[in-house]
Design a protein around this ligand. Structure first.
Ligand code: B16
Ligand code: MG
Length: 212
């Protein structure tokens, strides 16, 4: 086997919570009169909550104090968590379940490397919390993607070197983080055509052929 572990990004790779991020940010942007559409939303993939807010605020001339920014971020998170509360195991794509179980059978370790502070809550809601050997998320890092910290911590939790792991990502910021950390990377969705990817996936299970 070429690799001993796969480190999966969560939002946009394992489950499609990216639509919920869009809806929650849209509500906040409309409220403060900031332009926001699906193109701007693409720039928020893999980016931390506060950095996402800064991207949205850069589209308006209005200025906000640090306290107001914290309040907007909290309001967005409350909206987002209300949407997450509607999730259940039926929200896990069959492709995800099939891929995770095939990788397990191959004896590959599985980890999560997500910028989200809600990662564990999401994994609990959809019934996947017990499926991973390690979870590295927004609560155990000080630097968000494109910094490699979240993936380096995941590798550390697995007691493996970066070279033994492949990072799977839907965000260019996530692929940049993987490259910076010395990991091989597999891009899916928006990141599949990013030239810095080691591998390009049409569907998640394409991964199986690349790691043998
Ligand atoms: P939270 P990932 C990322 O998750 C999302 O792609 C990004 O849109 C979000 O701002 C970030 O998590 C922080 O999420 O507000 O829940 O802490 O793709 O790294 O799994
Ligand atoms: Mg993502």
């Amino acid at each position: 086997m070429k690799y001993q572990a796969i480190i999966f990004d969560l939002d946009g790779v394992i489950v499609h919570t990216d639509e919920f991020h869009y809806q929650a940010w849209k509500k906040i942007a409309d409220k403060i009169g900031a332009p926001f559409d699906r193109n701007i939303n693409e720039r928020l993939r893999g980016v931390s909550r506060m950095a996402s807010l800064e991207i949205i605020l850069s589209g308006t001339d209005a200025s906000f104090s640090e306290t107001e920014k914290q309040m907007l971020a909290e309001e967005k998170n409350n909206e987002y968590r209300n949407l997450l509360a509607t999730m259940s195991p039926k929200d896990v794509p069959k492709e995800t379940l099939k891929t995770l179980s095939a990788l397990k059978e191959m004896g590959v370790k599985l980890a999560i490397g997500s910028s989200s502070k809600n990662a564990r809550y999401i994994l609990e809601r959809v019934g996947l919390i017990g499926e991973f050997d390690a979870i590295s998320d927004g609560n155990n890092i000080t630097h968000s993607k494109p910094d490699p910290e979240v993936f380096l911590k995941a590798a550390q939790f697995l007691c493996l070197e970066s070279a033994a792991c492949v990072v799977v990502e839907d965000a260019e910021a996530g692929i940049d983080a993987a490259v910076a950390g010395g990991f091989a990377s597999a891009g899916i969705g928006s990141a599949a055509k990013y030239p810095k990817c080691t591998y390009s996936l049409n569907v998640l299970s394409d991964l199986i052929g690349f790691i043998r």
